[in-house]
Ligand binder design. Structure first.
Ligand SMILES: *[C@@H]1O[C@H](CO)[C@@H](O)[C@H](O)[C@H]1NC(C)=O
Ligand SMILES: *[C@@H]1O[C@H](CO)[C@@H](O)[C@H](O)[C@H]1NC(C)=O
Ligand SMILES: *[C@@H]1O[C@H](CO)[C@@H](O)[C@H](O)[C@H]1NC(C)=O
Ligand SMILES: *[C@@H]1O[C@H](CO)[C@@H](O)[C@H](O)[C@H]1NC(C)=O
Ligand SMILES: *[C@@H]1O[C@H](CO)[C@@H](O)[C@H](O)[C@H]1NC(C)=O
Length: 460
């Protein structure tokens, strides 16, 4: 009897793909079109027997192609885009078994740099990419027009949230929603915050369905608050104080460093010199990060300006991408990779007062990035506390560039999200909404069912 139950149990719980001979692999191709290059990513995963199982996604290729696709439209060379895309498609063809080409989806998702292209440029670029990929003699993979698009900052953040929680094995773990990991992400252009809030979510809701559960996330992206565009805004602000100057002094840059600033309106280029003044830099950053007066902030509470953001609560957050470089270079992260906000702030204050050559020697950093670590070392603590509302002594934020040995990026999450939506349109099933109250209810039901089954087995 015991053996019989065991065999029966194995038949129920071991998914069919785990049985070697009938393993059934699927493949997907993602062209991640970034602002400086494109990355070709090819994934494979075993077919699931139901959409409530967690996918086991494996990245089998991650290859960089230069330049970025935006260069083709900026230089008026859209006619050369097909041969650039063909290189990537042909490379992907070598990794996916040819009998599976037409069943394997292909996506082209563009981010940051492409979000700031003019509407006309963005449209002609997407049309050129679509018409190339739609043609079967160019692209054997499964193509759909909506699979080729510029993704929003919110989508990028949500996909990073999916990647992180996937790599942390949150999905399918039956852990409470309060144990999901929030995400702080930053690129050159924008910064994103995404999490599963504690209380009611009044706006900016983004729903995702993963492994049979629906998550109602808060997601917001601040365009022009990324690392590079924040530097640009500081320079613009300084230039606007007096447009007759030939030179401006940027307090967030190290003494001895210099760069240039070209104003969009006047087309004038001025020299920017480092001022190495952390308190003045902080004053400028706080100016950009202030929240709206209380009678202008609805719904409350507000993060930056009039942007609604529910409280971050007690969730653990991962701060990724450009949140990583400065804390890493300034050596404020211990082995735990936990972010100590006040420590980063103090360290950055000291660092920012060094001149460029001294900073390069003391901190063993590249001169090209040295000033950026000053700006970011001051920006990160201010953004996290005054805008996002974390307490200064929070112990809930970890800085990560990798989880395990996998890079944390939005691309893996985007692929998971797309496969989920393909699979959900194939399998028709209903799934419970995950919120703090219903989660409790469904767990209770599972516990009751388990007790019931245990009783049956025991009484026999
Ligand atoms: C598809 O591409 C091939 C080769 O690049 C070309 O000869 C053909 O005209 C294209 N078909 C369409 C419908 O554009
Ligand atoms: C800027 O810095 C570089 C390298 O430190 C130096 O060679 C150059 O003369 C500087 N330019 C100006 C305008 O000060
Ligand atoms: C950073 O340090 C400055 C100067 O000591 C202080 O005014 C500011 O409040 C600190 N910010 C954070 C987030 O700790
Ligand atoms: C940079 O700072 C160090 C230490 O304060 C000093 O010895 C050096 O002369 C400075 N270098 C320049 C180029 O100002
Ligand atoms: C952070 O500071 C607050 C008030 O200053 C205090 O109540 C809280 O216990 C501190 N939290 C941690 C984790 O140290």
């Amino acid at each position: 009897m015991g053996t019989f139950v065991l065999v029966l149990w194995s038949m129920i719980t071991i998914p069919s793909y785990a049985i070697g001979s009938i393993a059934h692999w699927r493949y997907g191709v993602l062209l991640d079109a970034g602002s400086s290059s494109s990355k070709l990513k090819v994934y494979k995963w075993p077919q699931r027997s139901s959409t409530s199982e967690v996918l086991k996604l494996e990245l089998i290729l991650n290859e960089k192609f230069r330049p970025s696709i935006s260069k083709y439209v900026e230089n008026g060379q859209l006619d050369q885009l097909p041969s650039y895309l063909a290189k990537m498609v042909n490379r992907a063809k070598t990794l996916v078994p040819s009998n599976l080409h037409k069943k394997s989806p292909i996506f082209l998702m563009a981010t940051a740099g492409l979000r700031v292209l003019s509407t006309q440029h963005a449209r002609s670029l997407m049309e050129a990419a679509r018409s190339f990929l739609a043609n079967k003699s160019n692209n054997p993979f499964e193509y759909s027009p909506q699979g080729v698009r510029i993704i929003s900052g919110e989508e990028e953040g949500v996909y990073a949230w999916i990647s992180t929680n996937y790599l942390m094995n949150y999905f399918g773990s039956n852990k409470a929603p309060s144990q999901a990991y929030g995400i702080l992400e930053m690129g050159g252009g924008s910064t994103q915050i995404v999490f599963l809030p504690d209380g009611p979510l009044l706006a900016n809701m983004f729903r995702v369905r993963i492994a049979g559960a629906i998550y109602s996330l808060y997601a917001h992206s601040y365009l022009f608050y990324g690392q590079d565009l924040m530097t640009l805004r500081i320079n613009r602000y300084l230039y606007d104080q007096d447009q007759n100057v030939k030179e401006i002094v940027n307090p967030c840059m190290l003494i001895g460093d210099n760069s240039t600033y070209t104003d969009e309106d006047t087309a004038v280029t001025v020299i920017v010199r480092g001022g190495g003044n952390p308190s003045l830099c902080l004053t400028l950053l706080e100016y950009f990060l202030q929240s709206a007066d209380k009678d202008m902030c609805y719904p409350k509470p507000c993060a930056i300006g009039q942007t609604y953001q529910p409280p971050v609560g007690t969730d653990i957050f991962y701060a990724i991408s450009a949140f990583y470089y400065a804390p890493n270079a300034l050596k404020v992260l211990g082995n735990s990779k936990r972010l100590r906000i006040e420590y980063l702030n103090e360290t950055a204050h000291t660092y920012c007062r060094k001149n460029l050559s001294q900073a390069v020697i003391d901190n063993d950093v590249s001169p090209q990035y040295a000033s950026g670590y000053c700006m970011m070392g001051l920006y990160i603590p201010t953004l996290i506390t005054s805008a996002y509302g974390f307490p200064k002594n929070t112990t809930k934020i970890y800085i990560a560039d990798k989880i395990g040995n996998q890079a944390v990026d939005w691309a893996m999450g985007a692929m998971l999200y797309e496969i989920e939506s393909i699979d959900n349109s194939v399998f028709i099933n209903t799934c419970p909404e995950v919120s703090r109250s219903s989660e409790h209810r469904s767990r209770t039901v599972i516990v009751i069912i388990s007790i019931f089954i245990t009783n049956i087995l025991v009484t026999r």
